[in-house]
Design a protein around this ligand. Structure first.
Ligand code: 6R9
Length: 649
């Protein structure tokens, strides 16, 4: 445990959106008078009809429901685009585009141009028969047209579901089927780290899989200009359908509680769930957190390195920054291409003032040594951010001292796909920092710790992290499965939202997130459900059974450790090992790369047949002396075997 405290720099105290005193006062108000607090914030946005009802929420079974601003009407793209044009900011740069290869020139798009491109695509989508409520999938590289695609859907009230460009054909098909997607927007190929990603070919393959015939149209952006198969009349070129469209498009009038998007994320059981966010609450929360947590100024150049396929990209590359009229860097590539200096070069080239990235990226840059960083100036940087997984104090200090020259505060932001925006984080002008702590709750957020029985814990202690009341950015349901929504999040500790994370609260009421307490593994900041990996493994004809757990990994935070039981008469071999690793990668995507396969003639199970993951986790972690009670196992000798074969694997 670290006792280091980094106070708020003096110069920030004088020019910040929120001082410590203001935080304490406004936080108290946001908790005691959420209607007053959020009503005021909502009033700073543009609505067709201002909401008069602010909060109407209950986490209890009998009257369960989550509604914010329920009689308000708006279109989020009016707030992201039109509003700024009206205020004379049409020529401000919305996106600075940095291509995968630094040999190509970077580009930029103003709010006016972004508005026009959004309207053109929105008109084209309407012409292709897309209406309010229809689902549109977006499977794109990190290019401006990806943001344009999201905005065009929102313009006409279509519900977008962005599928990360690293996902496989099978993952695309699963999502298309679950959301009954009508149209897909993709590109011929993506560029990533000097390689070409065959996006259109993956879509073609996905649409051959069963359950995908809801798709009527595939729009294809010409990005690398590679030759791709176009299946007429299903496939249409993006530039051809948008080229002659007017640059104005009547925004759809949306109720605040109308869906904005679905984003699939892994849970502890079954297939990924479609997290559904609605329009009004999500907008207010994404924009307000972005402004306050990054202490935003008009001349900031904000760079969030996430992919738009994740919630971080949705909230802090697209909706939050655009609502705040911020200038954002959109980077097509990866931090280590063509070499490890790239991140720092981009910062200098575009005079980035705020860098928001993930601990896994920080650790991999840290490993390359300080010299590579020191070749750059980084004098533009004034604030650093971290998201996606717990940041270890060592990486925190390196980020602070080397990347930030001990000048810029770090906001360690804890939140989730389900929460829509940042939940626990320092505010740079208000909060003294402790390396590794996400510090204090954002306005309106009431975290608590409970023990396994659901008893509320007080004082400095550790437990399961729950949130006891609703906030505007909260997800509203799992698409098509409201019962699963309730069961997953509100039934474990009745009356509260269960995050799936564990946390510690220290003597200063600072929060320290300790990681997932459920069967979700956080690999390089990406959530992977053990159940998904296991079902990919058992699909192999030679595999009888599989159990997957996480284990500490130096770079990725957590790695994937699979125990695999083969069918009788099948021999263990390195070829089979390679085949299984490949199988999981092609079923889910390259983010699901197994680090260890441990052949297990048997798995430790209770007498009722439940796999004892706690024991498997301990073996994977190498904590062989701390296996705990194994007496309830149906066959304790299974554990001895796994322990004795561990190092051999
Ligand atoms: C935004 C995002 C959510 C899970 C979450 C937690 C972990 C995210 C964190 C963090 C410690 C932080 N997590 N931020 N853990 N400190 N600052 O990452 O969403 O992909 O849904 O992941 O990530 O375990 O529950 P998502």
């Amino acid at each position: 445990m670290t006792q280091d405290v980094y106070p708020v720099p003096q110069e920030l105290c004088d020019c910040t959106l929120c001082t410590d005193e203001q935080y304490i006062e406004q936080y108290a108000r946001s908790i005691h008078d959420p209607d007053g607090y959020w009503g005021e914030i909502a009033g700073t946005f543009e609505w067709f009809k201002q909401p008069t009802k602010i909060k109407n929420t209950s986490f209890h079974k009998d009257d369960f429901g989550i509604k914010w601003f329920e009689d308000g009407e708006l279109n989020i793209t009016v707030n992201c685009l039109d509003r700024h044009l009206k205020q004379g900011r049409g020529n401000k740069i919305a996106y600075i585009f940095e291509p995968d290869s630094p040999r190509y020139p970077s580009g930029s798009v103003t709010f006016r141009e972004l508005h026009d491109r959004t309207c053109q695509l929105a008109n084209a989508l309407r012409q292709l028969g897309i209406q309010k409520g229809d689902r549109v999938a977006i499977y794109m590289p990190m290019i401006v047209d990806a943001a344009v695609s999201m905005l065009a859907c929102a313009r006409i009230g279509a519900i977008h579901t962005v599928i990360f460009g690293g996902f496989s054909a099978q993952s695309i098909a699963d999502r298309v089927q679950d959301a009954q997607v009508k149209l897909i927007i993709t590109a011929d190929e993506g560029h990533r780290g000097g390689k070409h990603v065959p996006l259109k070919a993956n879509v073609d393959q996905a649409l051959k899989l069963p359950g995908t015939n809801s798709v009527e149209t595939v729009l294809v952006v010409r990005n690398t200009h590679a030759a791709v198969n176009m299946q007429m009349p299903r496939d249409r070129w993006f530039d051809e359908v948008t080229r002659n469209q007017p640059v104005e498009c009547e925004p759809e009038r949306m109720n605040a509680e109308d869906p904005l998007f679905i984003l699939y994320t892994s849970g502890s059981t079954g297939k990924p769930k479609g997290v559904l966010h609605t329009t009004g609450g999500y907008m207010v929360y994404a924009a307000h957190t972005h402004r306050m947590v990054f202490d935003l100024r008009d001349d900031d150049v904000f760079w969030c390195t996430a992919d738009i396929g994740w919630i971080t990209g949705h909230s802090y590359i697209v909706y939050g920054p655009l609502c705040n009229a911020a200038t954002t860097v959109l980077f097509e590539g990866i931090p280590t291409y063509p070499d490890v200096r790239r991140t720092w070069q981009i910062i200098d080239r575009h005079r980035v003032t705020i860098l928001y990235t993930a601990p896994t990226a920080i650790r991999s840059l840290m490993r390359e040594g300080d010299e590579n960083v020191k070749l750059s100036e980084r004098t533009s940087i004034r604030l650093l951010g971290s998201v996606g997984e717990p940041i270890n104090p060592e990486a925190w200090r390196w980020y602070y001292e080397v990347a930030g020259d001990s000048r810029s505060p770090i906001v360690d932001t804890w939140w989730q796909t389900e929460t829509g925006g940042i939940m626990i984080s320092p505010l740079p002008g208000a909060t003294a920092l402790k390396p590794g702590s996400a510090t204090r709750p954002f306005f309106g957020i009431k975290p608590e710790l409970v023990d396994a029985e659901g008893k509320t814990l007080s004082g400095a202690t550790e437990g399961n992290l729950v949130i006891t009341d609703s906030w505007p950015g909260q997800m509203r349901t799992i698409y098509g499965d409201p019962q699963r929504f309730f069961d997953t999040y509100f039934s474990t500790y009745p009356g509260t939202y269960f995050t799936g994370d564990g946390a510690r609260r220290d003597e200063d009421d600072y929060w320290w997130i300790t990681g997932r307490v459920d069967d979700v593994i956080n690999v390089s900041g990406h959530r992977i459900g053990t159940a998904e990996v296991e079902s990919a493994l058992v699909a192999h004809p030679h595999v009888a059974e599989a159990a997957v757990v996480g284990f500490p990994h130096e770079l990725k935070g957590q790695g994937l450790y699979a125990y695999v039981t083969l069918n009788a008469e099948v021999a263990e071999s390195d070829d089979l090992r390679t085949e299984l690793v490949k199988l999981v990668r092609t079923t889910i995507g390259p983010i699901a790369t197994l680090d260890v396969i441990h052949w297990a003639p048997g798995l430790p199970k209770t007498r009722s047949g439940k796999i004892m993951r706690r024991i498997l986790r301990k073996i994977a972690e190498g904590e062989l002396g701390a296996l705990g009670d194994t007496s309830t196992l149906a066959d304790p000798s299974v554990v001895d075997h796994l322990v004795s074969t561990r190092s051999a694997d």
